[in-house]
Design a binder for this molecule. Structure first.
Ligand code: ZN
Length: 124
């Protein structure tokens, strides 16, 4: 299988990568093995596609959000990182389901906008 440079599209055989390493492409861009893996055509499509739904910003890392939402089935479409210790949940939950979704994060600050998280910030 080939790992593609995200910048110029040059392809490198996976065997060129030492485990967990990056190599530098001819164009100067560092090509990361893990990133390359993520960018198989099907996954890249999913990555690029903006799922329809509402956004819920949470003051937790995407990994933490995923952990909390494990098994939560009410219309969660996608969880994306939105910065350091911040994630955005793209969901189609409304009403009671939305209330349940927000309840999952209980102690963590939740907002439907990035600005909402900034207000009253001081997380540290
Ligand atoms: Zn390149």
């Amino acid at each position: 299988m080939a790992i593609q440079c995200p910048k110029c599209g040059a392809e490198y055989d996976v065997t060129l990568f030492a485990f967990g390493r990056s190599i530098q492409c001819e164009c100067g861009e560092w090509v990361d093995l893990a990133t390359g893996h993520r960018q198989t055509p099907a996954e890249r499509e999913e990555y690029m596609a903006d799922p329809k739904g509402d956004k819920l910003y949470v003051n937790l890392s995407a990994a933490q959000v995923r952990r909390r939402l494990k098994g939560f089935g009410h219309g969660v479409r996608k969880i994306q990182s939105a910065g350091k210790n911040r994630a955005v949940v793209i969901h189609t939950a409304t009403g009671q389901h939305l209330a349940e979704l927000e309840a999952v994060f209980g102690d963590a600050k939740v907002s439907d906008s990035e600005e909402g998280l900034e207000a009253g910030g001081g997380a540290g």
